[in-house]
Design a protein around this ligand. Sequence first.
Ligand code: ZN
Length: 256
Amino acid sequence: MLLPLLKKILPANARLSLRKLFWLSRGWLYLGNKVFCPLCEGSFRTFLPFGNERRLQALCPRCHTLERHRLLWLYLQEQVRIQERALDALHMAPEPILQKRLRNLLNLNYRSADLTSPVAMDQVDLQALPYPSASFDLVLCSHVLAHVPQDKQALQELRRVLRPTGQLLLQARLHPQEKTLEVAHALTPHQRLQAYGQADRFRNYGQDFARRVAAQGFKVKEVEYALARTPEEQARLGLGKGERIFVATPVAYEAQ
Ligand SMILES: [Zn+2]
């Protein structure tokens, strides 16, 4: 009763502040030394279950991030060396805690963008980005493309705004089937809910995701970055199983 009422009467920014307060107090409740969240740098006695299928050890009790967020942050620190390099970076659909970490890096020229989120710095349509061509060294786009009507156009836009030496880091929920599911007659939110299980999805990606990205002018490398650590470390950092980061770099026009 209380939550729907608050949603109605409070503006988006106030709801965000309330949510942060709730996470902060929950973080205190779970303090311990069994697991460590590299994003909020908190130690807890457990991560919390999350998702329809109730994945255990998934959600950070304080910053609300999941396995994929922690994995991406470790990759950014250790492989992109995000804390050391002067980079122009674009963060699509920014997760609040990751945005906070990235905005605090003085070496980074950082923009975040989203169609509607009040957290993002710019309001943009991923299918028609307002940025000049070749203006970013790094673009982060995690769990976004399935929610964009024309993902091919979005990928072409991401390629356009990347410098030739830049990289696009993608994460996506992949279904076990080989081929991406796109149902031509799923046009309304209700029909999309029936077709994909979520009203705001436009497709369910299959195992062909990397090939779909590559088809828009990228070289794509799939990285299962959790495997860089021992099973004990994977559990301590709550990195989950089988989560992949897709590292896409633009193929030179003349080489296509
Ligand atoms: Zn955390």
